[in-house]
Design a binder for this molecule. Structure first.
Ligand SMILES: Nc1ncnc2c1ncn2[C@@H]1O[C@H](COP(=O)(O)OP(=O)(O)O)[C@@H](O)[C@H]1O
Ligand SMILES: [Mg+2]
Length: 313
């Protein structure tokens, strides 16, 4: 698959010495949706700023559309859109003029039809003559997206597109992103909502303290690191895990009343093992009154990873 963006050894040290990016290597493929996941202060906005020419990098290279940005950023920049984390625009501007202006900034000729398509796709057409300041927070965020799409970018950055927006708008945003995918736009979004990455992304990268801890297909990541957990509540306490079940990753909790299972591979093995245990218990004369089961989410995986990283540091 074609690499649309190639980041190699990217380092950013801010004045004062804070290392916000520490040797980041990342390749983005054309047409994918890539979620960059990380806690506050991880370096996500700095990484985006570096690609968009807003942050002067300390070391490393960024190649976009085959061009080294250090030598030729103008062409590449024209093909990149950015929806920034912070809402910032001329509040007295009307929606339509603001979006037209953004297109003009990139040196493109006016194109009323294109602007209409963008505004309609974001349900902003009816509001096109309103001043931006009169809009709700969610609508303002849509204007930001419209402005980022006005020059028809092939690669779109969305920096925390749903931070602080309500659930409904978040779902709406996800639909927008799906639509962009259908149009062939490559999307890189940052988020600290795991659910968002789980829902939207083809691939996920986890960043913490300026270092990319891993990059993988979302499904592979879930399969590799995913675990199934189950708790059997027993009718009578046991003294130990029965010998016949000791091949399974089972653990008897202190009260003797809970058999806890944690295992599997995120690809169905856990469920199968739990079913086998559930069948075996009555045969051993062990009754249970309840069974809770859950698959670990990307959230658990992410917390695990960051904790492991912190323990190693
Ligand atoms: N202009 C700046 N000057 C100094 N430090 C900065 C600046 N911008 C960001 N930082 C620091 O760099 C680190 C990464 O910030 P940022 O890229 O905004 O992280 P994220 O977007 O993942 O929350 C943080 O510790 C932040 O405080
Ligand atoms: Mg940020």
């Amino acid at each position: 698959m074609e690499t649309i963006l190639d980041i190699a050894g990217l380092t950013k040290v801010y004045p004062g010495g804070l290392k916000a990016l520490d040797g980041v290597d990342l390749q983005i493929r054309r047409g994918e949706i890539f979620a960059l996941l990380g806690p506050n202060g991880a370096g996500k906005t700095t990484l985006i700023g570096a690609v968009c020419g807003l942050v002067r990098v300390t070391g490393g290279t960024i190649t976009a559309f085959g061009q080294d940005l250090a030598h030729n950023w103008r062409d590449a920049r024209r093909r990149i859109g950015l929806v920034p984390q912070e809402l910032g625009f001329d509040m007295f501007e009307t929606v339509e003029r603001g979006v037209r202006y953004s297109r003009g900034l990139f040196g493109l000729p006016p194109d009323a039809a294109r602007i209409e398509v963008v505004l309609r796709s974001l349900s902003l057409w009816d509001k096109r003559h309103e001043q931006i300041r009169a809009l709700s927070g969610g609508m303002k965020r849509r204007v930001l997206i419209a402005k980022a799409l006005a020059h028809e970018p092939e690669l779109l950055f969305l920096d925390e597109p749903t931070a602080g927006v309500d659930v409904e708008l978040r779902r709406d945003m996800w639909r927008q992103i799906d639509r962009l995918r259908d149009q062939g736009v490559t999307v890189i979004l940052t988020t600290h909502y795991i659910e968002e990455a789980q829902e939207m992304a083809d691939r996920v990268g986890v960043i913490d303290k300026g270092r990319l801890l891993l990059v993988d297909e979302k499904d592979a990541l879930m399969a590799k690191l995913g675990r199934t957990e189950a708790r059997f509540r027993l009718a009578q306490p046991l003294a130990a895990v029965p010998d016949s079940l000791c091949a399974f990753p089972l653990h008897l909790e202190d009260d003797g009343l809970t058999l806890a299972y944690r295992g599997g591979d995120g690809a169905g093995k856990g469920k199968a093992e739990i079913a086998a245990i559930a069948q075996a218990l009555p045969h051993q004369g062990i009754a249970y009154t309840a069974l809770d089961q859950k698959e670990s989410s990307l959230e658990d995986i992410f917390v695990d990873l960051v904790e492991r990283e912190e323990a190693a540091a």
